[in-house]
Design a protein around this ligand. Structure first.
Ligand code: ADP
Ligand code: ZN
Ligand code: ZN
Length: 728
């Protein structure tokens, strides 16, 4: 038998698969097996991607693998990994790395299994204890403990420690074993991640009529593709739970994708509460060991449901029957390093491969999903709670000196202090102020590595670049002119937190952004404190708009709602609509009702006006019209090619050459824009090409071929190329 092996290497130019002869001693390997193979003078790891009876190579040139490394992955994951590589112009090696068990492949740190030693006494032990043989104190203690357990096995760590035999170390056990007084058996333990609890987890509920209809449609359609469009608080998670239960009843597994997990512990908690040990979790805060063990529990079928962020789309769930994408509008489903995959597209592909049903749920669907998926609607909040009223506050009428908060906002915040209740304030920018400059000479502080302003972080007394992480001390005077009057322009979450805390003292004001989360207690600690407080205000970046379900929030505020509209990006409208709607959805889930204030310089913008009307359908109709006219997704696909180099001229030259190769290879009707300069980042000059085409597959192929040819040639010299299909 011949194995077609794709080597796990970082070299773009090295392309497999390569043929190896499988010897009899390795007859258990198959597609998906991870192997150690000889490769020229080296030994490298590789994955079997295909099998064949014969090879085109002469027999004397066929090498044999050295060994098989573990159980490998199911064939359908090999298919998914390779598909990802092709679809996103990456390499097979990087695509396969995504589906391999944690800690294997090219991962630098192999994960050791955690084991436990089971010990039991032999028949000879009783005689030894009776005095026939001499025993050390430690050995005697262990045997006495085992004698008390009447022939049962006892685990070394926990049980003996419980019996207060602190002296029972492995050396003692080994000595007893050598003397034939005990036998031991090593078993592998699963390291199980804890689920942090925040918010209330209720037991199973009686589904509403809308929920029942949605579940019935999902159960009926084996292999269907659905958009569960439910307003915030309409009970979408209950639908996912019921659909997962139905899948389990049919003997099938499920994958539940959630946005970055630190922010959605409630979904995890609810799945764990409903399905117990049959749920495995993966997320970025797990240890390597936990991740590896959860992977193994899924692979063995011990766990049947995997809950996790985008990478969970690669979970080794056998007989997959259902894939849920919760909050499908969330940008975190896109991976921002090579392969720059979109887990939502991969979920569709995986559902196709496995014949699974796909359910994408959100209150703010993407235009892509609105047209492509069958719609299931949950138009009302559970318990018929009404959606909160949204008030737009026009900030254009205000003088520049009036501060970041509108009078109405201040008044409503003060009402929280006076009457109780909780509020959430979204300010889509972290730090204290986004710019620092000298009042006397006009000096502005920018990042030495990137062409952007440094952001003032007052608490940390620092200036920081939010693109590359560069930091410096917050200056107290201008190094150019010596002036001590430095101005901090604009307001970020830290400044708003300070302002509101001053306004509302002694009401607790908490901050949730990636800076506050980094400081020890993490997101969860902040969310828990907010939950526990009888009255409080939570200030933060878009993190505060995600999925939390706090019944007693009565006020939501969005500051500078149009900030996201000012990005030169065709998704700006969609993002703004989602952000305002999602934040509005945090308010008024309880009996006290809710109120939403949206401060904006562009109250007439359709994305903001539609969000204020809770009108997703209206917004999407207009947005799709606009996208059709401009030939943007979902009516065409975009492919962005970025070239970076220390030397701008080199990046420019390579970009131009690449454009000349790509352009003639593009399918009819496709356009290529660029090379266009992008701002310098991490000390590297950047150029970008943008391809737009209705023929996605052929356009991707044209770009892939050109990039591969460029990588194989010698002309790159310090220029690196990355491809982003469906850039966000
Ligand atoms: P969504 O995911 O749509 O925002 P959730 O599923 O989180 O909504 O539901 C919001 C709240 O309503 C949760 O606390 C949930 O337990 C509760 N809930 C959901 N469905 C029902 C129901 N049929 N009856 C009672 N409470 C429900
Ligand atoms: Zn100055
Ligand atoms: Zn920088």
């Amino acid at each position: 038998m011949i194995a077609k092996v794709e080597p796990l290497t970082s070299a773009r130019a090295l392309r497999g698969p390569f043929d190896y002869r499988i010897p009899n001693r390795l007859d258990e390997v198959g597609i998906g097996s991870l192997l150690l193979v000889p490769f020229g003078p080296r030994r490298i790891q590789g994955v079997i991607v295909g099998l064949a009876e014969t090879s085109d190579l002469p027999p004397e040139r066929l090498a044999e693998p050295i060994s098989a490394l573990g159980a490998g992955v199911p064939p359908e994951l090999v298919e998914l990994g390779l598909w990802t590589a092709r679809e996103y112009c990456s390499t097979p090696s990087r695509g396969l790395q995504l589906v391999l068990p944690p800690g294997t492949g090219r991962a630098r740190k192999p994960v050791r299994p955690r084991t436990e030693l089971l010990v039991s006494a032999t028949a000879a032990a009783a005689e030894a204890l009776a005095g026939a043989e001499r025993l050390g104190a430690k050995q005697r203690a262990v045997l006495e403990r085992l004698a008390g357990s009447a022939g049962e096995t006892v685990t070394l760590g926990a049980e003996l420690a419980a019996a207060e035999i602190e002296v029972a170390d492995r050396a003692t056990i080994r000595r007893l074993e050598d003397r034939g007084l005990v036998t031991t058996r090593e078993v592998e333990l699963s390291r199980r991640p804890e689920v942090a609890s925040v918010g209330t987890v209720r037991g199973p509920v009686a589904l509403t009529e809308d929920q029942r209809a949605a579940v019935a449609a999902i159960e009926r359609a084996d292999g269907g593709r659905f958009l569960l469009h439910g307003v915030t608080g309409s009970g979408k998670t209950e639908v996912y739970l019921a659909a997962a239960e139905a899948a389990l009843e049919r003997g099938r597994g499920a994958i539940v994708l959630v946005p970055e997990i630190g922010l959605t512990p409630q979904t995890m908690g609810r799945f764990r509460a409903r399905f117990g040990d049959r749920v495995a979790l993966t997320h970025s805060q797990l240890t390597d060991g936990e991740r590896a063990d959860e992977w193994r529990r899924l692979r063995s079928g011990e766990a049947r449901i995997c809950v996790g962020p985008r990478s969970a789309v690669f979970a080794p769930v056998a007989d997959l029957g259902l894939i849920v994408i919760d909050e499908e509008h969330d940008a975190s489903y896109k991976q921002e390093s090579d392969p720059r995959y979109d887990a939502r597209l991969l979920a569709r592909r995986r559902a196709e491969i496995s014949g699974a049903t796909l359910v994408a749920g959100t209150a703010t669907p993407r235009p892509e999903s609105w047209v492509a998926l069958e719609r299931l609607e949950l138009p009302e909040r559970v318990d018929s709670a009404s959606l909160p009223e949204v008030e737009l506050l026009d900030m254009r009428e205000r003088s520049g000196r009036a501060g970041a908060l509108h009078e109405r906002t201040r008044a409503e915040l003060e009402r929280l202090r006076n009457e109780g209740g909780k509020g959430i304030v979204l300010v889509n920018r972290r730090g204290y102020a986004p710019h620092l400059s000298c009042r006397s000479c006009g000096r502005a502080w920018g990042c030495p590595e990137c062409d952007v302003s440094l952001v003032v972080h007052r608490g940390a007394e620092r200036l920081a670049c939010h693109h590359c992480g560069h930091r410096e001390r917050l200056p107290s005077q201008c190094p150019d002119c010596g002036s001590v009057t430095l101005s901090r322009f604009g307001a970020g979450s830290e400044r708003i937190e300070t302002e509101i805390a001053e306004l509302l003292a002694p009401l607790p004001v908490l901050r949730l952004d990636s800076d506050s989360a980094a400081g020890g207690e993490g997101h969860l600690g902040v969310l828990r404190r907010f939950e526990a407080a009888p009255a409080a205000v939570l200030v933060g970046t878009q993190m505060v708009a995600k999925g939390h379900d706090f019944a007693d929030v009565t006020l939501s505020v969005v500051l500078d709602a149009d900030a996201s509209l000012r990005f030169p990006d065709f998704r700006a409208e969609e993002r703004t609509f989602a952000l305002v709607s999602q934040l509005a959805g945090r308010s008024g889930r309880g009996a006290a009702g809710g109120r939403v204030l949206v401060q904006t310089l562009a109250p007439e913008a359709e994305s903001i006006a539609a969000a204020a009307r809770h009108d997703a359908a209206g917004f999407l109709a207009g947005e799709l019209e606009r996208r059709r006219e401009l030939a943007y997704p979902p009516f065409a696909s975009l492919i962005r090619v970025e070239l970076t180099a220390e030397d701008g001229a080199a990046a420019e030259r390579t970009a131009a050459a690449l454009a000349r190769t790509i352009e003639p290879a593009l399918p009819a009707g496709a356009t290529l824009l660029g090379p266009a300069p992008r701002f310098r980042l991490r000390g590297r000059e950047r150029r970008q090409l943008l391809v737009k085409s209705e023929n996605r597959a052929d356009a991707v192929a044209a770009v892939r071929d050109a990039v591969e040819a460029a990588a194989a040639g010698r002309g790159l010299r310090g220029v690196s190329i990355s491809v982003d299909v469906d850039p966000q």
